[in-house]
Design a protein around this ligand. Structure first.
Ligand SMILES: [Zn+2]
Length: 321
């Protein structure tokens, strides 16, 4: 996440210092609305001495202003029990009474901010009314307004979308028309009896592998960082008719995953699709051409793996970028 947060310190008369010293610990985020359309208006309120009000953050469209550190206690929720355990924020409205809507950009930025708060305090995933809360839960008030209350389920869902760990190391593998690029070149290494690993030329250190090491129909083939002696990254080449092992240059052949000791499943182009981008998966062995492959040995230590049924080759999507 890359929220730009501008520090606009609240006047010290408007909050309590040092949450921990007060015995507090963050358990939830609290959403408010500003009852106004100006972030500067929120800034001014909290900077004015003696207002006896504050939140940690103000949000308008892509802007986030921070008024006090999360280690301090805001005077926001009309409840000491909540104040001492919350990180609170004002969402600036895009319209007035009675509905008090906020813009989609404000909504989205606030969801990113809440996701970041829940992550940093180890509180996720987001649960409505548990760790994603709103002013009305603690005080007799209309805050955060009808529009925000109506959209709270959507807000919590968006927070959870932003909380997903975005980085998976695995890279997508697909079937694609042959184009001779490194994304379609795989370096075979014989690691056991007729069992090969196939390393990407475009992304060295990445090997064709069965997603999650699972052994069932429909599981995708992907490119994975090297694992030592992992069945999920080893494949056998067998003749499709008599299942005898064959030399790599003898075509056609089936590619058998070493997961589940190779029983029953083969590499298979999903739905026998000839389209670029079609999925390569595990599927029950059958006699269709969607499971028959030929190997083109480029003579430089790399193979291309072409499916007879579709005419497309095994391809590292976007070169693994
Ligand atoms: Zn409020």
């Amino acid at each position: 996440m890359s929220l730009d947060i501008v520090q606009i310190p609240a006047d010290p008369s408007n909050y309590t210092r040092n949450r921990a010293a007060q015995g507090g610990r963050v358990t939830h985020a609290t959403v408010h609305h500003a009852a106004g359309t100006s972030l500067q208006g929120v800034d001014n309120t909290f900077r004015t001495p003696g207002r006896s009000a504050s939140t940690h953050y103000g949000v308008q469209d892509g802007q986030v202003h921070q008024y006090l550190p999360e280690t301090d206690v805001p005077w926001s929720d009309g409840s000491w029990a909540s104040n001492i355990s919350t990180v609170s924020m004002e969402l600036v409205d895009a319209g007035g009474a009675p509905d008090w809507p906020v813009s989609e950009a404000t909504f989205d930025t606030a969801a990113q901010l809440v996701a970041d708060i829940l992550k940093r305090h180890g509180l996720g995933p987001a649960v409505k009314g548990v760790n994603v809360c709103w002013h009305q839960m603690y005080s007799a008030t209309a805050c955060p307004g009808p529009w925000m209350l109506r959209n709270m389920d959507r807000f919590v869902a968006l927070v959870n979308k932003y909380m997903e760990v975005p980085v998976t190391k695995e890279k997508k593998v697909q079937m694609y028309a042959y184009n001779g690029t490194d994304a379609q070149m795989w370096r075979p290494v014989l690691v056991a009896e007729n069992a090969y690993t196939l390393e990407s030329k475009a992304k060295p250190g990445y090997f064709l592998g069965v997603a999650g090491g699972a052994h069932r129909a429909g599981v995708l083939i992907q490119a994975q960082p090297r694992m030592a002696n992992a069945a999920r990254q080893q494949f056998k080449l067998v003749h499709y008719a008599d299942r005898k092992y064959v030399p790599a240059w003898a075509a056609p052949l089936q590619i058998v995953p070493c997961t589940g000791n190779g029983k029953g499943l083969r590499l298979d182009v999903k739905a026998a699709s000839k389209d670029d981008g079609a999925a390569l998966q595990l599927y029950a062995a059958n006699a269709t051409a969607a499971q028959k492959f030929v190997i083109y040995d480029h003579g430089d230590g790399y193979w291309s793996l072409a499916c007879i049924g579709t005419g497309t080759v095994v391809d590292l999507a976007a070169g693994g970028r």
